[in-house]
Write a protein that binds this ligand. Structure first.
Ligand code: BMA
Length: 761
């Protein structure tokens, strides 16, 4: 009792002192968001219209009723002019005296899309040219208490893109399936802007412009804690060995105390002499009885809040809070008896990756709400996924996306932003990429969900396997190969390392070549099904160590098709439906190519559907069948194969595509099947020569005991044979639990009417 009173009193005392302390010693570090009073206009016109920031020209034009829904019917083609114009944004704002008295004021522009001249009170303070960068401009001397004007002029990317393209010594290429001219699509390689904005084989072409991320003013005084990274070095039941890294700015030599707390418990304290300028500070500490972060299906995704404080004398100079998980993660890419492995080891345990490739959720990045992000990540978690690959033709996702992946235990394979192209190698390009990577990795590095960084999507295979190499003379080949070696072998890994030294870097995906090259050595993109027209059955034999891409298209649900069509458009070959099917043949001209591939496969596995609605439906059954064959094959073959990420989880507009969840968030048939097949236990019935084998893959952390029930019956439910096999499923294994000869099972029966079912109880 006494103890209790004492504790209570001390708590009250402590609470008061924190309150007093924070009044007396409150840090002046503040942030003011510039979200209001924005207006925009097309350069050369006189009327300013209200604008939303963050946002983009297209969505502002929609809001002002200047254009119709870009996704409806064939509106896309009528709206191409927007990307060819220059646009202006401006706002007016005041600053409080409290804010102005800070020694340093930075204008922080988290994302400008893309070529932007920024003027503050009439003075040009920045020429931006990279959508993925965050810009911080010191502007104390340019700000005043009232009527500050921030004016941003966005140049059309075409002029700049074309100029860059024309001045580059060799031609560059990109796989961009859109119906624009090839010359246009090649600009995207030179411009540091999300590649998919220029059109893709599942996406339209909208060259956006605008302020796509928040703008704020950050204020601070002598000392500023700019970066904080917390990482796990070792784990045991009793203790986690942790590492902290801080990037601190100090404008003079200063003696300070550094404090670090985890969930409000102090875990480290130290006095340090800050030198003038930037200080990189790191130290180790430990967390007792850590609650580990686990990926979906293996345990809780526990998270910890860490707070770092810098104090000098009694004053809090600067503070920073981050959230992370305690976990160790290794990507094991090492020689083994089968070649070279590629698998994830989480908290010391090899984990089979089950997931999909993720693309941006909309053409207009600001349109996706937090609730929509959460819904999609839930769709992934509900389907028992534990990994998504953020593909390199989009952008580094917003914080909300990674926060949700942390929360739901979804690991992220993070591409750098290069996809299916040959890229330039000028010093400015290298510098720009370096800064973009540092900005983003610094933002991403505390997320326990980030498993690895990957240099690019299909840049190597484009050059070697798609034979783009042959487009170059021998001299050009030497030049190009040198630039790629520099970019993906030096510049990018070095930039990553400066911001985060804790993660594995994979230079390119796939790193085994394409389709038939080097299956035993890394990650595979398997596209002989679909692009190569091979039957689904070839999924059974084309298995690599980590299947990072494969897939099959289907149409969205009818309800989704209705959102972009009039009733008369609802035939497969209508102009509108074809505008919402972007997979075209290599010459980019054959618009019927995607549909004809679906029909090619449908003819092999299903009867021709009777009408439009049935066609949409059967296309989904077909996709489900193909993906199921692939996933079963990959999981049956673990641990040789340790990951399966199908192409693709979602859509960025309503379209025929490889997605399993359509743009409206509706599950296609495949997504339901994926949920079953990605469960911790997967049963697969497999025909091996003259026998039927029942395989079970078990990803659970413990052994499972149960009974495998296998039934052979006819279409009327008449049971011919039934097996009850007691099984012990070892954790993290895939094995055969029953094998019967086909002859024994089927003699005397009509094979065409036999059904074989297997379940685990
Ligand atoms: C993969 C991807 C994408 C493409 C998809 C379907 O190779 O990397 O570029 O959309 O195939 O063709």
């Amino acid at each position: 009792m006494l103890y209790y009173i004492f504790t209570l009193r001390s708590l009250i005392f402590l609470g008061m002192s924190i309150l007093l302390f924070s009044i007396k010693g409150r840090t002046q570090q503040q942030t003011m968001h510039l979200q209001r009073n924005w207006e925009f206009r097309q350069n050369g016109t006189t009327v300013w219209m209200p604008a939303t920031v963050p946002g983009c020209v297209h969505t502002d034009l929609i809001q002002n009723k200047k254009i119709e829904d870009p996704y409806f019917r064939t509106n896309e083609s009528k709206q191409q002019w927007i990307g060819e114009k220059d646009w202006e944004y401006r706002t007016r704002f005041d600053l409080s005296a409290d804010m102005l008295k800070n020694k340093y004021l930075n204008l922080v522009l988290e994302g400008l899309d893309t070529y932007a001249d920024v003027f503050l009170n009439g003075e040009r303070i920045l020429d931006a040219d990279n959508m993925h960068r965050t810009w911080k401009i010191a502007c104390k001397d340019k700000l005043k208490p009232k009527d500050n004007i921030l004016h941003i002029f966005f140049h059309s990317v075409f002029k700049n893109g074309m100029a860059l393209k024309e001045s580059y010594p060799i031609p560059l290429f990109q796989y961009a399936n859109n119906d624009q001219t090839i010359a246009d699509s090649m600009i995207s390689i030179f411009v540091r802007k999300a590649g998919y904005h220029f059109g893709w084989d599942w996406g339209p072409r909208f060259i956006t412009a605008g302020i796509w991320k928040p703008i704020s003013i950050e204020a601070f005084n002598e000392i500023h804690l700019d970066g904080l990274q917390i990482s796990t070095q070792s784990i045991s039941k009793a203790e986690a060995g942790m590492h902290a890294r801080m990037e601190v700015f100090s404008d003079s030599e200063n003696n300070v105390d550094i404090l670090l707390s985890a969930e409000e418990q102090e875990v480290h304290q130290q006095r340090i002499l800050l030198k003038k300028g930037w200080n990189d500070i790191s130290f180790n500490f430990s967390i007792k009885n850590p609650r580990l972060w686990w990926s979906n299906g293996l345990g809780e995704a526990n998270l910890y809040r860490f707070k770092a404080t810098i104090k000098s004398k009694e004053k809090i100079e600067s503070e920073k809070e981050i959230q992370t998980g305690i976990r160790t993660l290794r990507v094991v890419h090492a020689p083994d008896k089968n070649g070279k492995s590629l698998y994830i080891e989480l908290n010391g345990r090899p984990v089979f990756m089950k997931g999909a490739n993720y693309i941006p959720m909309d053409m207009f990045t600001n349109r996706t709400t937090d609730a929509q992000y959460e819904r999609l990540i839930q769709h992934a978690a509900e389907t028992n996924m534990n990994m998504l690959r953020v593909w390199g033709g989009g952008y580094f996702e917003k914080d909300i996306f990674y926060n949700l992946c942390d929360k739901y235990g979804i690991l992220i394979w993070q591409d750098m932003l290069f996809a299916c192209g040959t890229y330039p190698g000028t010093s400015h390009f290298y510098e720009s990429v370096t800064e973009e990577i540092k900005d983003n990795i610094k933002r991403l590095r505390n997320h326990p969900c980030i498993a690895l960084y990957n240099g690019n999507n299909e840049v190597d295979v484009a050059y070697y396997a798609w034979t783009w190499k042959n487009k170059y003379t021998p001299e050009q080949q030497v030049f190009y190969e040198k630039t790629m070696k520099t970019l993906f072998g030096e510049i990018i890994p070095k930039a990553i390392l400066t911001a985060d030294s804790t993660r594995y870097y994979h230079p390119t995906s796939p790193n085994t070549g394409y389709n038939n090259i080097g299956y035993e050595n890394g990650d595979v993109h398997y596209w002989n099904v679909w692009h190569g027209k091979e039957p689904f059955e070839s999924f059974n034999t084309s298995i690599g160590r980590f299947m990072s891409e494969y897939g099959f298209q289907s149409y969205p649900l009818l309800e989704t098709v209705k959102t972009f069509t009039h009733p008369e458009d609802r035939t497969l070959d209508s102009e509108v439906m074809q505008a919402h099917q972007r997979c075209m043949a290599d010459d980019m001209k054959d618009k019927t190519y995607g549909n004809s591939l679906i029909i090619h496969y449908m003819d092999q596995y299903y009867h021709t559907p009777k009408d439009f609605e049935s066609y949409l439906y059967v296309s989904q059954l077909l996709q489900k069948k193909g993906l199921a064959m692939a996933i079963e094959a990959h999981r049956r073959n673990m641990p040789f194969c340790m990951g399966t990420l199908y192409w693709q989880l979602n859509d960025c507009w309503p379209v025929a595509s490889w997605s399993s969840v359509d743009y409206e968030g509706r599950w296609k048939a495949a997504h339901f099947k994926v949920k079953e097949l990605y469960g911790n236990q997967m049963i697969s019935v497999w025909k091996e020569k003259d026998s039927i084998e029942i395989h079970i893959a078990n990803d659970a952390t413990d052994e499972k005991k149960g009974t495998l029930q296998v039934t052979l019956m006819n279409l009327n439910g008449k049971v011919f044979k039934q097996f009850h096999v007691p099984v012990i499923l070892k954790q993290n294994t895939s094995s055969i639990y029953l094998k019967q000869s086909i002859e024994y099972l089927t003699t005397g029966k009509n094979k065409a009417e036999l059904i074989f079912t297997a379940s685990l109880r």
